[in-house]
Design a protein around this ligand. Sequence first.
Ligand SMILES: [Zn+2]
Length: 403
Amino acid sequence: MNDGQRSLFRLFLGSAIAVAFLSSATHLLAGKVTGYKPVIIPCSPVRGGAKLIALRRFYMDGGEKYVVVDGRSFRTAIAKADDLLFSASWPEVAVSAHDFPPYLAALGDATGRPYPVQNQGIRHFERNLDGAVVSVDLCPSKHPLVRSIFTDLIGSFQGRRRPVPVAIAVSAFWLKNHGRDLEWLRSLETAGKIDITWVNHSYSHPQVFRPRPWELSKGFLLGTNVDIEKEILKAEEIMIEEGLTPSVFVRFPGLVSNRKIVEKMRSWGLIPLGADAWLAKREVPRGGSIILVHGNGNEPAGVSRLRNLLSARRSRIERGTWKILDLRDCAAAMYGKRAFPAIKKQKFAGGSFPAMGYDKLPRIRISQSRRFFHIVASWNLLSHVVPRKPPVVVGPGVVFAVS
Ligand SMILES: [Zn+2]
């Protein structure tokens, strides 16, 4: 095992508890979502276990529900309010260096400078990984799903007992028009053949015109009259109404964004997902690559290159030395490994942290300056400022510093 594999392995063990909670909290949902709101509230399952962060609150089937993320495993789930305890406080979640959730580190890193017009966010993982992440974009399309992408992947990894992990970046327009294809994908998941990470690929995938490279800054989400809340949050609502669990990842249409949009994503807890191996553009995958293919029938060249890649790797796949990697595990391994030196409580003015019951928890604002990644409670009792490296946590009344 190399380092990357070892950390992935540790991660599988580490996320076991979270998965136990998540599977019990995930239901096949039906009905209409109302009152959908971004929140950032630390919490944990009533039955104990993982420290979680609630990212969305909504009502469905008459009950209050939350989209929660396990900050260590990057797994999300939909949980009923009754199944969650909101007594965990930000100090508990973030102050111990050992426990600092890799998710927050990833969020700060992937939404940081320099804000390129294309390919903001995580573009690849560690190069020493023996494999790559496969992401399949489902932009709106009249064509049916290119099912061969999935059957090729499943066929290539038949000897492996675990499902093949696939990140699917789905637009709400695609979901609305491809009910049978969605059912088919879910049947593969139920049969244990694939494990899907659902990535937000916007609601309508704005595409007033096909921008040429020098016009990207006017294209896709950067076009005029784009309602970013609808494009991102409404897309999540549709995903939930279709019974999917949104992940913490967002893939911008055309991979195009600007600083304003990226900062919005940060405030909503969404990690931009780029790619370094867009196969139709002849980008060649390396270790830790994020491969991008279109599964919506609009880019056949990428699909055939994926098939060629799988046949070229056949003997390594059979020997187990080349794998398709899980997006969430790769992110957790990469950001979990970034050394966070021990954080020492330096000054603890104002006594202990206030007991923060759920009702008292403020809306948390996340922002970023040149050097720091701030998590600021709006009532100002608590503020965490986490530099991207090395970490220091500072707040009014509470000062923490690297020992
Ligand atoms: Zn797209």
